[in-house]
Write a protein that binds this ligand. Structure first.
Ligand code: FAD
Length: 353
């Protein structure tokens, strides 16, 4: 679907055979997110997935080998009974309401409201004056340095994108996510008002903005195995590895981010045990709530890794359902074969990562 989205938008994939050195964004796939969402939705409908937008689970209980999940939504209240449950909420929310242990740090990474600015010519700007004006406003307390990661020149060079930081942004509940959204949006408005007072930026415009302040870190599950930073940076191939991950260790804080790159050739893996909460049955997770320490999680959380985990969790749930087992009881050989049959890249199966 990534390839289809790239082709349909006349984009190009990066050349992954050229090492990126310390510039990992060179290997990032820039695609049209809206188009990608349309394609995914189409595939889900074709596959018979019953999509239920605008709903949220309120309880999950396991009885006699099945999960009962109650959800509420706009004008609806639904009971779903299923044999296997996969938590892809990013926040391990279903894991929490099902009663399994979850992990969280006292301080979490900041979130970001992504936006795009236009209406100015970066090359013609007097960057010295702009930097001085920026520092003046910071000193007066009119601007907060996290608004632009303390880098106004960077903000103007990139025209926005992934530059603002919202401290404490948390998407776990409607309340916390509302606060994160309000903070991100008011910061953007303040930014815009300030930028329009700068020489050469008087006509600056908001060209695009994401709907939500995006959140980097909340809860992780307490899984049968917790992936450590050492596992990650040494590219440990677990006996039960079911997918790959790839990204620098990438912890954002109030000062910005300094990625810690993997050594060339290192491609970390994700064990099935890290997708299964301790004491659970017929339950899996996929995505950034994977069982991992904070540093490993800062890298595992990226989308390609989440996609790999999602495919592995889906395949494990299918096999477990067909064989009347819990995911950790399915044969790893069968699981890896199933993932591979659907185009997944499975560690230890002979392909290149
Ligand atoms: C600003 C920012 C920039 C990033 N840049 C990149 C990048 O360039 N490349 C990259 O690969 N990764 C990037 N990431 C990381 C990556 O996008 C995320 O970590 C990843 O998408 C997480 O995937 P996920 O499936 O675990 O969760 P999500 O993609 O967050 O999906 C969780 C879904 O569950 C839904 N949900 C959650 N709780 C509930 C509930 N209670 N009821 C109903 N629905 C619920 C949410 O609405 C959401 O649709 C970035 C992250 C941020 C914050």
């Amino acid at each position: 679907m990534v390839q289809e989205a790239v082709a349909m938008n006349d984009d190009t994939l990066p050349d992954f055979s050229i090492p990126h050195g310390r510039h990992h964004p060179k290997h990032q796939v820039r695609l049209n997110g809206q188009l990608y969402a349309l394609l995914i939705e189409e595939k889900c409908v074709e596959a018979g997935v019953k999509i239920r937008f605008y709903e949220t689970p309120v309880s999950a209980s396991f009885e006699k080998g099945n999960w009962t999940v109650d959800t509420i939504g706009k004008g609806t209240s639904t009971r779903i009974v299923c044999n296997q449950l996969i938590d892809c909420t990013g926040n391990a929310y279903v894991t929490s309401i099902a009663g399994f242990n979850v992990l969280r740090e006292a301080v979490i990474q900041p979130g970001t409201l992504q936006f795009q600015l236009g209406g100015y010519d970066f090359k013609s700007l007097d960057l010295k004056t702009i930097e001085a004006r920026y520092q003046e406003e910071i000193a007066k307390g009119n601007l907060v340095k996290t608004d632009f990661r303390n880098n106004i020149v960077g903000l103007l060079r990139s025209g926005g994108d992934n530059i603002q930081h919202v401290l404490g942004a948390d998407s776990t509940t409607s309340e916390t996510h509302t606060v994160a959204n309000l903070k991100g949006r008011s910061s953007l408005l303040q930014t815009l008002r300030f930028l329009r007072t700068l020489p050469g930026c008087e006509k600056i415009k908001l060209v695009d903005m994401q709907n939500e302040t995006a959140v980097r870190e909340t809860y992780r599950i307490d899984g049968h195995y917790q992936i450590t930073k050492t596992d990650y940076v040494t590219g440990k191939v677990f006996d039960d590895a079911v997918s790959y991950s790839y990204y620098p260790i990438d912890v954002h804080d109030e000062n910005g981010v300094v990625p810690d790159h993997l050594k060339e050739g290192v491609v970390p893996t994700v064990p099935l045990r890290a997708l299964v909460p301790r004491n659970s049955r017929n339950f899996l997770v996929a995505g950034r709530c994977v069982s991992s320490d904070r540093l490993a999680n800062s890298a595992l959380r990226v989308q390609a890794s989440c996609m790999g985990m999602g495919q592995a969790a889906g395949a494990a749930a299918v096999l477990a359902n067909m064989q009347n087992k819990s995911p950790l009881e399915v044969s790893l050989d069968e699981l890896r074969k199933l993932i591979e049959e659907h185009g997944g890249i499975v560690p230890g199966r002979g392909q290149k990562g």
